[in-house]
Design a binder for this molecule. Structure first.
Ligand SMILES: Nc1nc2c(c(=O)[nH]1)N[C@H]1C(S)=C(S)[C@@H](COP(=O)(O)OP(=O)(O)OC[C@H]3O[C@@H](n4cnc5c(N)ncnc54)[C@H](O)[C@@H]3O)O[C@H]1N2
Ligand code: MOO
Length: 404
C-alpha cells in the first residue's frame, strides 16, 4: 500500500520555499533586459519630470491677464512638441501650441483649440482660462533627486516606464535565476511530428519555459530526455551546476513508471500529496554536490500550470527577493462543484459588474479537469475554493488571483 504525507497548500509551499534563498548577485542592465526582475537599488530622478513647463492641450499659449470673453488675440507664431525656441510676444497676442510643447516663458496658460474661433487678424478666445490652466509644470511628477522607484519592486512595464521617464537608462537588478526545465514521459513527442499510437505532443516544457521567462528567470532545457532513470539522472547532472532551481514535470505519482519519483527518491526526495485539485502529487529534492533545489510537478498539463503558479512562482519571488502577489475576492456568477477535502484551484474568467464588484466564472465550459490543456487559455486568473466547500453557488464569494 502506497501512502504519502498529506499536506495542505501552505504546508507544502513552506517546504518548497525553504529550498531557496534570495540571490545575492546584482548586475546593471539596460531597461529592456530588466523586465520581470527585481530592482536592487533605488532609482532617483535624474532631473525634473516633466523637465519643463509644457502644454497639456493643443491650443494657444496666452497671458491670462490679456483674457476677457470674446477677445481677439494676434497669433504671433507656433510651438510644436520638441521645439527649442522660446517665442516672445507682446500684449494681446498668443502663439499656437501643441500638446507637450514648451510653454513660452512669457505665457502662463493655454486655451484649448476647441474654446477658440479663427477670425480675421487672429483667434477669438471664447472661454477665459485662469493662470496655470492646461499647463504641466516642471517637476510636478518628480523633482530632480526624488525617489522614482524603491529597491525591491518588481520591474514590470510600469516600473520600467517610470525609470525611463526619470532619465535612467540602466538598472541594478537581481540576477535572473537560471532554471532548468525537464519534461519527462515516454509518450511525449515535439509538436509538428506525426503522432504514433499512445503518443501526445509535449506541452509542459513550452508552458514552463514561457512562465519562467514571464517571471524573470532564464529557462534552460536539456536535449530530449528519454523516460529512463539513466537519462533523467544524466539530465539533472548536466543542468545542476548551472542552475539555481530545476523544475521537472511528470512522473511524480505512484505509478510503476514514474521515473521522476524513482530517480529523485533515491537521492532523498520528499514526495507529498497536497490537498489541492489539481496538483495533488508533488515532490521536491536537492540534487548534486551543490544541492540544487528540484521541484517536481505533476505531468497533467493543467496540474503543472496550477502547480507552477502555486509553488514555483513564489519560489522565484523568493529568489528575486520580492513579495508574491496576493488574493482578492470575486462574486461567482455561476455555480460549480468542488472536490471535498481538497482546495480547488480553478481557472476563471474575471469581470467587473456595473457596481464595480469583481466577478468570476470557470474558464472552461466543461469544468476544470487536469488534462484539459486549454482551460487556462481563456482564464484571467485562478479561483481558490476551500477544502470544506463542495458547491459554489451563484453569488458566493471566492478568493481569486489575477494571473500576471
Ligand atoms: N493510482 C494513482 N494514480 C494517479 C494518482 C494517484 O494519486 N494515484 N494521481 C493522479 C493525479 S491527480 C495526477 S495529477 C497524475 C500525475 O501523474 P504524474 O506526475 O506521474 O504524471 P504523468 O503520469 O507523467 O502524466 C500525467 C498525464 O499528463 C500527461 N503529460 C505528462 N507530461 C506531459 C507534458 N510534458 N506535456 C503534455 N502532457 C504531459 C501524460 O501523458 C499523462 O496523461 O497522476 C494521476 N494518477
Ligand atoms: O491532482 Mo491531479 O493534479 O488532479 O490531476
Amino acid at each position: 500500500m502506497v501512502s504519502r504525507v498529506l499536506l495542505n497548500v501552505e504546508e507544502y509551499l513552506a517546504e518548497v520555499l525553504a529550498l531557496v534563498t534570495p540571490l545575492p548577485d546584482v548586475e546593471r542592465v539596460a531597461l529592456r533586459e530588466a523586465s520581470g526582475r527585481t530592482l536592487a537599488e533605488p532609482v532617483l530622478a535624474r532631473g525634473d519630470v516633466p523637465a519643463f513647463a509644457n502644454s497639456a492641450m493643443d491650443g494657444y499659449a496666452v497671458r491670462s491677464a490679456d483674457l476677457v470673453p470674446g477677445v481677439t488675440l494676434h497669433v504671433a507664431g507656433e510651438v510644436l512638441a520638441g521645439a527649442s525656441e522660446d517665442p516672445v510676444f507682446g500684449g494681446c497676442a498668443c502663439v499656437k501650441i501643441m500638446t507637450g510643447a514648451p510653454l513660452p516663458s512669457c505665457a502662463d496658460a493655454v486655451v484649448p483649440v476647441e474654446q477658440t474661433t479663427p477670425v480675421e487678424g487672429g483667434v477669438r478666445i471664447d472661454a477665459v482660462v485662469e493662470r496655470g490652466r492646461h499647463v504641466r509644470h516642471a517637476g510636478e511628477d518628480l523633482r530632480a533627486g526624488d525617489l522614482a522607484l524603491d529597491a525591491g519592486v518588481r520591474l514590470d512595464a510600469h516600473a520600467l516606464a517610470a525609470a525611463a521617464a526619470a532619465g535612467v537608462p540602466t538598472l541594478a537588478c537581481v540576477r535572473r535565476p537560471v532554471v532548468g526545465v525537464i519534461a519527462t514521459g515516454d509518450e511525449l513527442i515535439p509538436p509538428g511530428q506525426a503522432l504514433g499510437r499512445g503518443q501526445i505532443f509535449e506541452s509542459n516544457g513550452t508552458l514552463l519555459a514561457a512562465l519562467l521567462t514571464r517571471d524573470g528567470a532564464t529557462p534552460r532545457t536539456p536535449d530530449a530526455v528519454r523516460d529512463t532513470p539513466e537519462d533523467l539522472t544524466a539530465a539533472l547532472d548536466a543542468l545542476a551546476p548551472a542552475c539555481d532551481l530545476i523544475v521537472v514535470s511528470g512522473g511524480v505519482s505512484v505509478g510503476d513508471a514514474d521515473v521522476t519519483r524513482i530517480v529523485l527518491e533515491a537521492g532523498g526526495a520528499r514526495f507529498r500529496h497536497v490537498r489541492m485539485q489539481p496538483g495533488k502529487p508533488q515532490g521536491w529534492a536537492r540534487w548534486g554536490a551543490g544541492g540544487v533545489p528540484v521541484v517536481a510537478l505533476p505531468g497533467n498539463p493543467l496540474s503543472a500550470a496550477i502547480s507552477y503558479e502555486t509553488f514555483v512562482a513564489p519560489a522565484l519571488d523568493r529568489l528575486h527577493d520580492r513579495p508574491t502577489p496576493g488574493w482578492s475576492v470575486a462574486v461567482a456568477t455561476v455555480g460549480w462543484d468542488s472536490p471535498p477535502g481538497r482546495r480547488q484551484l480553478i481557472p476563471v474568467v474575471l469581470d467587473v459588474d456595473t457596481t464595480g464588484r469583481q466577478l468570476a466564472r470557470p474558464a472552461h465550459r466543461r469544468g476544470s479537469a487536469s488534462h484539459m490543456v486549454t482551460s487556462l487559455v481563456l482564464a484571467d486568473g485562478i479561483a481558490a475554493v476551500g477544502e470544506d466547500v463542495t458547491t459554489v453557488a451563484p453569488g458566493d464569494l471566492v478568493a481569486v488571483r489575477r494571473l500576471p
